[in-house]
Design a protein around this ligand. Structure first.
Ligand code: GAP
Length: 447
């Protein structure tokens, strides 16, 4: 986290609490921690990977399964190096970098106060700054055993290019007609100059991208449709509407490939920041790939009897950022009158564990009955069995990781076969028969 965030404002405290909860409860760990960690890389622990998979599944459902016009893809991370020349990344994917000659800190020139930049003054120590120089954010490595310029390959900085180079493969093999889209989830890598704010800006991250191919002239209509559609998805995964807004890019903010762009922003504890970009990429990408590969990437539209290079509307979401937004949005501390309970009010579909099964006490056959219920749920849901500690403590442990329901086996279960269902958000309890728990969860855990 940057030095500016060390003042313990309530927002900083919230981030500190979240980071601590994520480590303590197995959501997110620092990468290579036993070696002192590596900057801007994070590992998802047992609960984090569940939450992340559920976010990806919610995206895939909305973008692929529920629609008739989108196909999925999983392209390789390493691609032909010409791809990145054609895409403009070799030339344009740069940030202006300045160094402080005294404290040796590095900054993005566009992120330091204008006055400091004019005076070439380091915002941290007041030392002298170097002239800005362009720094390419792509990670380079070598393909094969020879480490020279001819064998350079890049770790992809966006997943989008894997879609463009497969445009023809997909529409031919799946007999698609325009308009249609291709969706992909995968890792991307950027050698960010100023990573930070936990998993918000990292050097290795995951994107959920969709490229929608349209007839030129219909592009702005689709652009508008897609930005509305994507905004609704964040509401659907439970983000509070007051925490979301659009930001339209001005001409000086547009990426080198975009003619129009909106960000969907979320109000993080460190301010309003981008979650997702919706871009009108025009025919830039396919035209460039046609030019650099020599392959005809035009499409014959038999409805209008014309050949053209399709325009592309892109929706590009960050999986890790969405996960951070989901955690910030869900985190709550509630005064129950007796204590402050920490609760993650996650959408049930996103919750890493859907239900915990708990015997009230460890005797009178209660553990055996509870374990049977747990086993019956396991093929359908990620569930948890817990018989250690007081029942209150066990409920709190589940609240803190966002488990929406707890089924408790108590003395009444022994008489009539019913269990209590405790709701995470209201803490209210009702009784259902133990044979109904699967259907109960099936009804509640929907998207
Ligand atoms: N294909 C277009 C593209 O990559 P972008 O706005 O540069 O557009 C899209 O990135 C999304 O990827 C961002 O909205 C953000 O959610 C995520 N993202 C970008 N850089 C990131 C980073 N360094 N760490 C985490 N997520 C990042």
């Amino acid at each position: 986290m940057s030095k500016k965030n060390t003042v313990t404002s309530p927002q900083t405290q919230l981030m500190d609490k979240l980071v601590s909860l994520c480590k303590r409860r197995g959501f997110i760990f620092q990468s290579s921690e036993i070696y002192g960690g590596i900057n801007a890389c994070w590992d998802y622990g047992p609960l984090g990977v569940e939450l992340k998979n559920n976010i990806k599944q919610a995206w895939w459902r909305a973008m692929v399964y529920e629609r008739d016009d989108i196909e999925g893809l999983d392209a390789a991370i390493l691609m032909h190096p010409r791809v990145w020349e054609a895409s403009g990344h070799v030339e344009n994917f740069t940030d202006p970098l300045v160094d402080c000659k005294s404290c040796k800190l590095r900054f993005r020139a566009d992120q330091i106060p204008e006055e400091d930049l004019k005076l070439k003054k380091c915002p941290e120590c007041g030392g002298e700054l170097t002239e800005p120089r362009r720094f390419n954010l792509m990670f380079k490595t070598f393909m094969g055993p020879v480490e020279d310029e001819a064998h350079v390959v890049y770790l992809r900085p966006e997943t989008a290019q894997g879609i463009y180079v497969n445009f023809e493969n997909v529409y031919v093999s799946m007999r698609r007609k325009i308009p249609f889209g291709i969706a992909q989830i995968g890792k991307a890598f950027r050698n960010e100059i100023t990573p930070g704010n936990f998993i918000f800006r990292t050097r290795e991250f995951e994107q959920m991208e969709m490229q929608y191919f349209v007839r030129p002239g219909t592009d702005m209509e689709w652009f508008e449709k897609w930005r509305e559609e994507r905004f609704k998805w964040y509401l659907r995964i439970g983000i509070k509407p007051e925490k979301l807004r659009f930001h339209r890019h001005g001409p000086d903010e547009l990426a080198h490939y975009a003619s129009a762009a909106y960000d969907i922003q979320f109000e993080f504890p460190f301010g309003w920041q981008e979650l997702e970009g919706i871009h009108n990429r025009t025919d830039y990408d396919l035209s460039r790939h046609q030019q650099y590969s020599g392959k005809d990437l035009s499409y014959y539209d038999d409805e209008i009897g014309q050949k053209y290079i399709p325009y592309i509307i892109e929706t590009s979401a960050g999986c890790d950022r969405t996960l951070l937004a989901v955690l910030v949005n869900a985190y709550d501390e509630e005064d129950t009158g007796k204590e402050i309970r920490t609760v993650l009010r996650l959408h049930p579909f996103l919750a890493p564990i859907k239900a915990a099964v708990l015997p009230l006490v460890n005797r009178e056959n209660m553990p055996e009955i509870a374990f049977e219920i747990y086993k019956s749920l396991k093929p359908h849901f990620k569930v948890f069995y817990d018989d250690s500690g007081s029942i209150g403590r066990r409920y709190r442990r589940q609240d803190e990781i966002g488990t929406p329901f707890c089924f408790t086996v108590d003395s009444q279960t022994l008489q009539d076969g019913t269990v209590t269902v405790r709701d995470r958000d209201t803490m209210k309890q009702e009784r259902i028969h133990k044979s109904e728990v699967i259907d109960f969860l099936k009804e509640k855990i929907t998207f």
